[in-house]
Ligand binder design. Structure first.
Ligand code: FMN
Length: 212
């Protein structure tokens, strides 16, 4: 039996992304988000324009998308209910958000220089994607939400999660991304079933181009 319900959120499980951006005074902001999806070499980020991250993205037009492993849940959780915005927007202050200018220190994470852009990477994250803003779309008007399209211009991967003997392929069995599932932190289970798509995109002989 299905029931008609009105859930407050529809977060069906997506990877957590730690976005690093530069503030106007060149200090660094770091914020967790998880409304992100990927297509080819681009990513669409769903974020509220009341966040310091979106303010920074609109001005600087660059960011690093750092993907934590499931064992970094505690670090990500230290950043929850914090904002780099001062003063804290009223709606956030009302639910307990506080201003925090030193997010890397608070999360006990380490900044690492990027190659092509100014915001730093998060050294502890095995996937670090340098990205530039391509387009900004309003989302669900009249809300403050934005869908921000970013293009990945450099990919850094911890060699421990690469397929053995392959430089350009991540081995999904060697990595457990941190997943936000209905506001709770999850990891991924092990592989459930072989995929008929895998050989098409994988490193097997005769594989086809990754473009969509
Ligand atoms: C795990 C996690 C996932 C989140 N996902 C999103 C998201 O997808 N979009 C969003 O706007 N805020 C999201 N938030 C809330 C932001 O982190 C929050 O608005 C934060 O204040 C943004 O920081 P900033 O103002 O310094 O940019 C998430 C928070 C956590 C802890």
């Amino acid at each position: 039996m299905h029931k008609v319900v009105e859930p407050k959120i529809l977060y069906f499980g997506t990877p957590v992304v730690l976005i690093s951006t530069l503030n106007e005074d060149n200090s660094v902001n770091l914020a967790p988000m998880s409304s992100a999806w990927w297509l080819n070499q681009s990513c669409m980020l769903g974020m509220s324009s009341t966040s310091q991250t979106v303010i920074n993205l609109l001005r600087e037009r660059e960011c690093v998308l750092n993907l934590p492993s499931s064992d970094l849940a505690h670090a990500v959780d230290r950043l929850a209910l914090l904002t780099g915005r001062n003063p804290v927007p009223e709606r956030k202050a009302n639910v307990g958000y506080q201003f925090e200018p030193n997010k890397f220190e608070t999360a006990k994470l380490t900044p690492q220089d990027s190659d092509l852009i100014r915001p730093p990477r998060v050294a502890e994250c095995p996937v670090q994607l340098e990205a530039i803003v391509e387009q900004v779309h309003n989302f669900e008007l009249p809300s403050s939400l934005k869908a921000i399209e970013v293009k990945i211009i450099r990919v850094h991967i911890d060699e421990q999660i690469l397929m053995t003997g392959e430089n350009n392929y991540i081995d999904p069995e060697k990595w457990s991304p941190l997943i936000m599932n209905f506001c709770e932190f999850f990891g991924l289970s092990s592989k459930l079933h072989p995929s008929r798509l895998a050989p098409v995109f994988g490193p097997s002989p005769g594989s086809v181009s990754k473009s969509n």
